[in-house]
Design a protein around this ligand. Structure first.
Ligand SMILES: [Zn+2]
Length: 418
């Protein structure tokens, strides 16, 4: 879409939004004369949406409603989102822009949660739109515990696994507990598609090393759909025919420069049932100029939530930075990190006997990152109890970043220090 076409579509979206009690008083009465005019419309914040009735957001008559979802966020009241039939199809189309190139030869095992949240359904519809075969093996279901997923992947010759990044590790751990090698014993697997959690370059590399296949990430949320997808060369590009993106600085007014971190604000151009106008996603992102072989000349890197971080002096280390440090350790699957005087305290689970984090490595890291780094290895199973993987039922989620209080509370950490 060129800017003029985009402006026309945006004005149509704004007109359509006036049917909703939530938007009707927030929007200009006249059509915008330029895309810049969008900046005069107030941001839509999650707190506001949480206070609304699910029907306050509706911009279409009820007879057009086709499906309902809510965010599966870990904090606060979930945010409602409705889909028309066309919305759902557009959502599926967004996912198909991903460089994994879903096709009729694929058998896709979907391990996102199907209940209430949207991503499993979007991925499911996308795979079927491309004539792939879907195995709906939901996460968080007692019907499909981890060993069953491993069994399905093997016996059905699954070519694509789609799940949260953490699940990729947990499925590999289960396969290993069952005596299998993720790298060798799944010869039909050609790719892994992730969504739903921030995927840093270090974490992506870890997942690719474990399974020996490329990982493609898609970014989105129930409220907006899929907004950024990895191309075939593994770079995240924004879907600009479907959204208008803004990256705002701390004041939530001025746009940041390319390369700088900003708060991601998204306006949906195709969603009809519950469109989002200047939606403050809560995620931090940056535009990186980069000629990509796919034709794009920039990427939109999503670094995730701003509160997922640790401060050391006046420096702030976010999830990407912490995972980059961990990437230097011989074992990287399960760890926790908390603040320590002048630096960071890592507790890392051993993967193989013989894994060590020696003083040379620590020295190197302290010089590189200019801070104190404590790293202690603990035996396998200390941070994450593998027996849960073989049990039936919902499996607990390991945490990676601890506060100082949480570090104190954990008895096993205390005993290590005394
Ligand atoms: Zn590309």
């Amino acid at each position: 879409m060129n800017p003029q076409e985009k402006l026309e579509v945006l004005n149509q979206v704004l007109e359509n939004c006036k049917a909703s009690p939530f938007y009707k008083d927030r929007l200009p009465s006249q059509p915008l004369r330029s895309l810049e005019g969008l900046k005069g419309i107030p941001l839509t914040r999650k707190e506001e949406l949480r206070k609304c009735s699910p029907f306050d957001l509706l911009c279409v008559p009820r007879r057009e409603l086709y499906q309902y979802h809510e965010t599966f966020g870990t904090t606060g009241t979930p945010i409602p989102t409705w889909f028309t039939r066309e919305d759902l199809r557009n959502n599926a189309k967004e996912v198909t822009k991903c460089g994994v190139d879903l096709n009729e030869n694929d058998i896709v095992l979907i391990r996102f949660p199907y209940a209430i949240s949207a991503i499993a359904h979007m991925f499911h519809a996308a795979a079927q739109l491309k004539h792939a075969c879907v195995i709906p093996a939901s996460a968080r279901s007692s019907v499909s515990p981890f060993p069953r997923v491993v069994d399905l992947m093997q016996k059905l010759q699954v070519t694509i696994l789609a799940c949260l990044p953490l699940q990729v590790v947990l499925i590999a751990e289960t396969a290993e507990l069952l005596g299998l090698n993720p790298h060798k014993d799944f010869p039909h697997l050609r790719a892994i598609c992730t969504a739903g959690e921030t995927l840093s370059p270090a974490r992506r590399k870890l997942l690719e090393n474990i399974w020996g296949v490329p990982v493609f990430d898609i970014y989105g949320m129930a409220e907006i759909g899929t907004a950024v997808v990895d191309c075939e060369f593994g770079h995240p590009h924004p879907l600009e025919d479907y959204f208008i993106f803004e990256l705002l600085g701390e004041d939530l007014k001025t746009e940041v420069k390319p390369g700088e971190l900003g708060y991601l604000v998204v306006t949906t151009l195709k969603k009809r049932a519950t469109p989002m106008i200047r939606y403050l996603t809560g995620d931090v992102a940056r535009v990186m100029g980069r000629e990509c072989a796919c034709g794009y000349n920039y990427s939109l890197e999503i670094l995730g939530r701003r509160d997922d971080k640790i401060s050391v002096g006046n420096r702030v280390l976010d999830r990407w930075a912490l995972e980059e440090i961990v990437a230097n350790f011989p074992c990287q699957r399960f760890w926790v990190v908390g603040p320590a005087p002048g630096g960071l305290h890592f507790v890392v689970e051993q993967e193989q006997t013989g894994d060590i984090i020696g003083p040379e490595l620590i020295n190197k890291l302290e010089n590189r990152y200019k801070m104190k780094i404590h790293a202690e290895l603990v035996p396998k199973g200390t941070l994450y109890d593998r027996s849960e993987l073989l049990s039936v039922g919902v499996v607990g989620k390991p945490l990676y970043i601890y506060s100082a209080e949480e570090m104190e509370k954990k008895a096993y950490l205390k005993s290590l220090r005394t």
